[in-house]
Design a protein around this ligand. Structure first.
Ligand SMILES: Cc1cc2nc3c(=O)[nH]c(=O)nc-3n(C[C@H](O)[C@H](O)[C@H](O)COP(=O)(O)OP(=O)(O)OC[C@H]3O[C@@H](n4cnc5c(N)ncnc54)[C@H](O)[C@@H]3O)c2cc1C
Length: 392
């Protein structure tokens, strides 16, 4: 079967290859047989998947061994995250828990907060969600208005958040709140608060109906006078937005690389189908329209793969490639929608039937250019850099 070449496999150590293989076996055993049930019937993954992944050491692989982690690097995290996208199951997103949200604890949280929460995150006993978007403010994060007001040793939290991935199954919400009521302070009045819904009352959840991505539940979360201990503040007050900014390179890289692998899988589905389908007495793959359409997809994916490989390696080396990652997020997340659509078109009417993976993939891919920073926001970031004078 045709495969877009990546340089990364040739750079992996034996241990990394073993980890990848062992996770691949886990996916075959625990995820593949449940794909249709979780996606079409339950419309969310079984919460127990996190427990099973935790038992096998597949969550937060970077975490300190004293918390049960393996102390590994970003390459190992990336290999696990990529495995699900590579198989067309991108919207099962354990990496959101492991590699986007939990790292905030390590990077900015107190020792006490890490001691209290990390072992449960590594074991899968507590699942994380990140709650930033509000019904009235999405891209404009600086206008966040969910309030956290001090009251003795606690904060009292009021407000609501929307489109929260894993909002129904999550136990702990890393929540962006306004700790300084002065709206003129904009993002400087924001903080990150760890809200453990298993220990607080007043957290409401409403599941949202969406057009795809059904492995992952999306919810509206309301906070009604939720009492949260002040020791649950992550890092310093007023630094929440700055912390979020620091985590974005990794979040956007995981999204961009995931959707790239997802589209590579769609191309394989398109090629497989075109080879076996006969139209007008010959293989669909023999028609020049099919060949040219899939050749165009392949060409764009080769360009995307080379960009992603370079950025994954640069991120592993600890380089600041936030500008290039914003470009990659914009490029891949816009292009993959077209790529998956071309591969669905090759399937004809069967592509519209949910029993064919390409149909599910087409529903999922629409979110690529909206979540983890929309393509318009990526354009703002990229163009800002173009017109900023370099520092002398
Ligand atoms: C599948 C999915 C999962 C998500 N998961 C989470 C999650 O776990 N946690 C969380 O907090 N949020 C999550 N979100 C929310 C997501 O981050 C927001 O939807 C996104 O930031 C856009 O915000 P918005 O929907 O309010 O759109 P708006 O900000 O209202 O924007 C509307 C449109 O205008 C564009 N736009 C915005 N500003 C500009 C500008 N200055 N110039 C030009 N165009 C502009 C946007 O790109 C968009 O196309 C998720 C969303 C989806 C679809």
């Amino acid at each position: 079967m045709f495969k877009i070449r990546s340089i990364i496999p040739s750079l992996l150590t034996e241990e990394q290859k073993l980890l990848q293989e062992s996770f691949s076996n886990f996916v075959e055993r625990e995820i593949t047989p449940n794909v249709n049930k979780w996606y079409f019937q339950d419309r969310q993954v079984d919460k127990n998947l996190y427990k099973k992944m935790g038992d096998q050491g597949f969550l937060c692989v970077w975490a300190d061994p004293k918390y049960g982690g393996a102390g590994l690097g970003f390459m190992e995290s990336w290999l696990l995250a990529n495995e699900l996208y590579r198989r067309g199951c991108g919207s099962i997103e354990p990496y959101l828990h492991s590699d986007i949200i939990a790292p905030y604890f390590r990077n900015f949280g107190s020792q006490e907060l890490n001691d209290r929460f990390m072992p449960d995150f590594v074991k899968g006993d507590k699942i994380l969600a990140v709650a930033m978007t509000e019904p009235d403010y999405g891209s404009d994060v600086g206008s966040t208005c969910t309030s956290a007001v001090k009251d003795g040793d606690d904060y009292i939290v009021n407000g609501s958040k929307i489109f929260i991935s894993n909002g129904i199954i999550a136990d702990v919400f890393l929540t962006l709140v306004r700790t300084d009521p002065d709206p003129a302070l904009k993002h400087k009045g924001l903080s990150l608060l760890v809200i453990d819904a298993t220990e607080s009352s007043g957290v409401g959840r409403k599941k949202l109906e969406k057009i795809g991505g059904h492995f992952l539940d999306l919810a509206e979360i309301s906070f009604d006078n939720v009492r949260v201990p002040r020791k649950n503040l992550l890092g310093e007050e007023g630094r929440g937005f700055a912390y979020v900014m620091k985590g974005l390179q990794q979040e956007r890289l995981l999204a961009a690389s995931g959707w790239q692998s997802f589209a590579e899988h769609a191309l394989q589905e398109g090629i497989k189908y075109a080879k076996q389908r006969k139209v007008f007495g010959q293989s669909l793959s023999r028609f020049q329209n099919t060949e040219f359409k899939l050749a165009e997809v392949a060409c764009r994916l080769v360009a995307g793969r080379s960009m992603i490989d370079n950025l994954v390696l640069a991120h592993c080396r600890g380089e600041d490639v936030s500008f290039e990652v914003a470009c990659a997020k914009m490029y891949t997340c816009d292009y993959v929608k077209e790529a998956v659509d071309v591969c669905l078109q090759v399937h004809g009417g069967y592509g519209y039937m949910t029993e064919f993976p390409i149909a599910r993939m087409c529903m999922d891919v629409r979110a690529a250019s909206i979540s983890a920073g929309s393509s318009e926001v990526m354009k703002i970031i990229v163009s800002r850099e173009l017109f900023t004078e370099p520092k002398a």
